[in-house]
Ligand binder design. Structure first.
Ligand code: XMP
Length: 544
């Protein structure tokens, strides 16, 4: 139900990971394929992106903690190991290291940036701190075609982002590629299947990076492309059926993509043994309730309970202007409403949740996974364990873009699958200050216009999150011959990969003009529209 902080808005963005089969009763993927690549995470901002890029080769990829023992890695039997980059210098005290024995397991290893420097350090080679940090585009000359650089031209554009670099290699290594400033842009060990590259093949700024990774994963590691979402869905459905037996599963629906895909998957698995609950807290977007009802009552014929709790939520929000207090009250009411409804459902044993792979990685739930680095800071809409249900989390192996593709495969409409994220506390955090029914009506109408115009301009999928905010100010205007003293709406539209940082969308002026004119003409009580041009940080995406 909650909005994950990692909501890629296009299919080329990163997202999260899954667990060891022992750690998760829902781990479907490892049973699906005996071929996996593992990424050891040294704190790189790109670790998830590497895993996603590998999965684009239809090869299953997991992110693991960097200090996992070589013994444990051998037990997991990956077909290849990728050492991610990271912010440290190999000479820093306490810099993260891997078990050097892993280079001798006979499993192919690819070190990227910091990972390459670790490989060199372990196997002979010198890493130097360069005077200036190299950050940006470079042209990489391939000096040893084949293997890593199979099917690539003699020179490729690459993206560099490093301070240290390998300055000399031992006789055991050979240079495979170089740039003007970096003599060892890529290296290969002469006897062991160990490779390194100083540049980042996983980012889109290395346009042919996908081929480099494919050469490692498919060519060097010999992985078959057998990670398919259709197989995933089939395996997940069988696993859900086996686990659930004749008991009942409850699934909270929010209108968001994660909970919708969970519900669709469960419906395919157990049909009428699924009960969905939608709490209408009065803070939903225009037509949100009908969209959910249409999809889950009319299309998928699930047993859908809609709880009309608008009055309750608005009563508890009355007189409250402080954003965190608004969130707290909404979260509390949500749990109470959900609990009450769930108690009325016979034989309910399981609660389904849309936990995704990034949530698993970041929560530290996988004992082999990297420790939590970024804690989820939004938990409104989450449900506490005390509800007493066993959890079913069928998406915990998937990245966001995979969830979207799965949704389409399960027959969910594009409109739902590509919805922008919406915060658990809903319109309450976009109606600044005290929330009232009247203000919500103004905001909902303005928001619907913003979305409609963005869709008409063909820009909905181009932006990551777009919405209206009702500001707590009145300003003077003139309409016809009369002076007005009315509300102001802010339009917010951002582009982001991970929702942790974001830039404001460069929407065309004509589109902004249309949005403004329509809101002022069609929404009573608004006489001014502003466009928010702040990036995150220092601003946040939401205004509260
Ligand atoms: P901020 O405003 O922190 O938002 O830049 C980042 C992303 O998180 C969403 N968000 C929330 N989601 N409960 C949620 O489930 C919340 O309280 C909450 N606050 C922000 C926001 O919409 C954006 O996608």
């Amino acid at each position: 139900m909650s909005v994950s902080p990692a909501h890629p808005a296009d299919s080329s963005d990163p997202s999260g990971l899954s667990g060891d089969p022992k750690s998760s009763p829902d781990a479907v993927a490892p049973a699906l394929t005996d071929q996996r690549i593992v990424v050891l995470d040294f704190g790189s901002q790109y670790a998830q992106l590497i895993a996603r890029r590998v999965r684009e080769q239809n090869v299953y990829c997991q992110i693991l903690r960097h200090d996992l023992s070589a013994e444990r890695i051998a037990e997991l039997a990956p077909k290849g190991i990728i050492l991610s980059g990271g912010p440290s210098s190999v000479y820093d005290e306490g810099a993260p290291r891997c078990d050097p024995e892993l280079f001798r397991l006979g499993i192919p290893v690819l070190g990227i940036c910091y990972g390459m420097q670790l490989a060199c350090e372990a196997l002979g080679g010198k890493v130097d701190n360069t005077e200036t940090r190299e950050y940006g585009h470079a042209t990489c000359q391939i000096v040893q075609p084949g293997t890593l650089f199979d099917k690539l031209p003699d020179a490729i554009d690459v993206w560099m982002s490093h301070g240290d670099q390998v300055s000399s290699i031992s006789d055991s290594f050979e240079a495979l590629a170089r740039t003007r400033t970096c003599p060892y842009a890529a290296i290969g060990h002469k006897e062991l299947p160990v490779y390194g590259m100083q540049f980042h093949p996983e980012v889109t700024h290395t346009p042919l990076g996908g081929q480099v990774l494919a050469n490692f994963v498919r060519g060097i590691c010999g992985c078959e492309p057998n990670w398919q979402l259709s197989d995933f869905a089939e395996a997940a459905i069988t696993q859900i059926r086996d686990r659930v037996g004749d008991r009942r599963v409850i699934c909270g629906l929010s209108g968001g993509v994660d909970s919708s895909v969970v519900a669709a998957l469960l419906y395919k698995a157990i049909g009428t043994q699924l009960t969905c609950i939608l709490i209408d807290n009065g803070l939903l977007r225009k037509n949100e309730q009908s969209l959910v009802i249409d999809e889950f009552s009319n299309h998928f014929k699930t047993d859908l309970h809609v709880v009309h709790a608008e009055d309750r939520f608005l009563a508890s929000l009355a007189g409250v202007a402080e954003p965190q207090e608004k969130r707290r009250r909404i979260g509390h009411d949500f749990i109470e409403c959900f609990k009450k409804e769930a108690e009325s459902i016979d034989n309910a044993h399981f609660l389904a949740q849309g936990t995704l792979y990034p949530d698993v990685i970041e929560s530290g739930a996988d004992p082999d996974g990297p420790a939590a680095t970024i804690k989820l800071h939004h938990n409104v809409g989450g449900l506490p364990e005390e509800l007493g249900f066993e959890l079913i989390e069928p998406l915990r192996d998937l990245f966001k873009d995979e969830v979207r593709r799965l949704g389409l495969e399960l027959g969910l409409p594009e409109k739902l699958v590509w919805r922008h994220p919406f915060p658990g506390p809903g319109l309450a955090v976009r109606c600044l200050g005290e929330v009232t029914r009247d203000k919500l009506e103004v905001l909902r109408a303005a928001d619907a216009i913003v979305i409609e115009e963005i869709e008409n301009a063909g820009l909905y999928r181009e932006t990551s999150q777009t919405f209206a905010v009702l500001l707590p100010v009145q300003s003077v205007g003139v309409m016809g011959d009369a002076r007005t003293y009315d509300n102001a709406i802010a339009v917010r539209s951002v582009n982001t990969n991970d929702f942790m940082t974001a830039d404001w969308s460069r929407l065309p002026y004509d589109l902004l003009a249309r949005i403004s004119t329509r809101i002022i003409n069609e929404v009573q009580g608004v006489n001014r529209v502003c466009y928010d041009i702040s990036s995150k940080p220092p601003a946040t995406i939401e205004w509260e």
